[in-house]
Design a protein around this ligand. Structure first.
Ligand SMILES: [Zn+2]
Length: 257
């Protein structure tokens, strides 16, 4: 709707972005994190890197909001802050509780966590691990929600959804939501496609299941069911993050989102 707006130089983009986002309710940058630990695969950022990102966002006046707040503003049911940003963490790794949550709380920030319900164990003794990763227990998922974090569904088993039969697809989308809602005291309204692999029929199933929106990766846009996210990986400095946020603004507002 504002695709023809003139593009500012990158240095001025952040400030203008804030003004425009507040006006139109679209184009809020959404960052996609996975695990936070030292070592691990490229999508794992270190605790020091996360500290640098969170400090940068705070120092620049960015206010962390939830996806619910983004869509409320989109629907005219709420207002965005001047400098909104959404932080998302996929897969429900144990370090969401041990590394991420304390860092967010220390800065008064919040995030959205996309949980694979079938990986959540009922207690410490039965905690699920894959390779170097441990996954959250249900008590830890509840603790994230109780601390004011937004919980979303990332299916039951993190399979590629595109290859599933209809009944399996529905089960992945609906049972994960039901399981999460049984454990946390909030509506589960948002979905993250495993591997960010979004197909038309998968998207329709997510919509039909009653979700309010869903996130993908860099190929997304400002459609509520294919919300674009910026991939955060190891080696991204605060300066890199600044550039990414500026570029994201230009993409959203020169290509019409
Ligand atoms: Zn995932």
């Amino acid at each position: 709707m504002i695709g023809s707006r003139r593009v500012p130089r990158p240095q001025t983009a952040l400030l203008l972005c804030a003004a425009l986002c507040a006006a139109c309710g679209e184009g809020v940058p959404i960052l996609m994190y996975h695990s936070v630990s030292d070592g691990g695969e490229p999508l794992t950022v270190t605790p020091d890197e996360l500290d640098a990102h969170l400090d940068f966002l705070r120092s620049q006046g960015f206010e962390t909001i939830t996806l619910r707040e983004v869509l409320d503003a989109h629907d005219g049911a709420g207002k965005l802050p001047r400098h909104p940003v959404v932080l998302t963490f996929d897969d429900g790794y144990q370090d969401a509780a041990t590394q991420v949550l304390p860092r967010l709380l220390a800065r008064g920030q919040k995030a959205s966590f996309f949980i694979v319900s079938g990986f959540c164990a009922r207690d410490e003794a039965s905690r699920v691990t894959h390779g170097p990763h441990g996954y959250l227990t249900w008590a830890e998922v509840r603790a994230l929600a109780d601390a004011g974090m937004e919980i979303g569904s990332h299916t039951v088993s993190h399979r590629q959804l595109a290859g599933l039969h209809k009944a399996e697809l529905r089960a992945e989308i609906e049972q994960s939501r039901a399981a999460l809602q049984a454990y946390v005291d909030q509506r589960i309204d948002f979905f993250a496609y495993p591997f960010n692999d979004q197909r038309q029929w998968v998207r329709r199933a997510v919509e039909k299941a009653g979700y309010r929106g869903a996130v993908v990766g860099a190929h997304g846009n400002t459609d509520p069911f294919t919300l674009q996210r910026l991939t955060m990986h190891r080696g991204i400095s605060a300066a890199d993050l600044r550039s990414m946020l500026s570029e994201s603004w230009e993409t959203s507002y020169t290509e019409g989102g």
